[in-house]
Design a protein around this ligand. Structure first.
Ligand SMILES: Cc1cc2nc3c(=O)[nH]c(=O)nc-3n(C[C@H](O)[C@H](O)[C@H](O)COP(=O)(O)O)c2cc1C
Length: 212
């Protein structure tokens, strides 16, 4: 594709606004308000979020699914030995990003992660469809494997072995990201977008606007 075609790809955002007079003083509540609106608009996988991690000088990012949020923070599940798992274990500072293009909205969240308790992870693991539980069991996530057959063979061997009750892998579980900073971005016409930041200070949230 030539550069001109890309250079001419742009949208004029006009689906909403985010004004200080409208926002909730609690960013988790503001997130919930936006998330409910996103959910109602029937967009595809509204809970898909980009998780950025880093250890040393090599940042990395990938999509994971948000599986719950409350006053404590944001939950997702993964393999603790995967690249992200290892990076989060050595450096718990991480960022999440939601981009809901249909509503011209972006939310950035920064904070620190903690592992969820084994009980909480197990409860979620057992609520997953059987195939997904076997998928988690068969995959040493982010390890190099010889080919696809290797993975499928392992999947079926484990199914033979455990039937309807696959155990949760030792290396599998949830993380909770405890937020310290949020930025809510709403696209506006003429690139004069709204950017409202909530930054944790002591026990309250400092709220300010950034230039787009
Ligand atoms: C829509 C979507 C949802 C995903 N959800 C998860 C998830 O919840 N947990 C997870 O470990 N990987 C999930 N993945 C796969 C990750 O993006 C990634 O490939 C995998 O976790 C390995 O990442 P890592 O090597 O950086 O650890 C998802 C991918 C996509 C595209």
């Amino acid at each position: 594709m030539d550069e001109n075609t890309l250079n001419n790809l742009r949208k004029n955002y006009q689906k909403g606004e985010l004004l200080e007079s409208q926002i909730n003083p609690n960013p988790l509540r503001q997130f919930e308000i936006w998330f409910e609106e996103v959910f109602k608009s029937n967009i595809y996988e509204p809970n898909a979020m980009i998780l950025a991690t880093s250890s040393g000088n090599k940042p990395s990012a990938r999509v994971v699914l948000l599986k719950g949020f409350d006053e404590r923070g944001f939950k997702f599940y993964t393999n603790y030995n995967s690249r992200k798992g290892r990076e989060l274990t050595s450096n718990p500072n991480a960022a999440l990003l939601f981009y809901w293009m249909e509503l011209e909205r972006q939310v950035r969240i920064e904070g620190r992660v903690e592992k969820l308790s084994k009980e909480e992870s197990l409860e979620y693991f057992n609520s997953r469809p059987l195939e997904s539980r076997y998928g988690a069991l068969a995959s040493n996530q982010s390890e190099v494997i010889p080919n696809r057959e290797f993975l499928e063979r392992k999947f079926f061997e484990l199914k033979e072995k455990y039937g309807d009750n696959p155990p949760m892998p030792e290396s599998w579980g949830g993380f909770l990201l405890i937020p310290e900073l949020f930025e809510f971005w709403q696209g506006r016409p003429g690139r004069l977008h709204d950017r409202i930041v909530y930054e944790k200070s002591e026990k309250s949230w400092k709220i300010y606007r950034l230039s787009p």
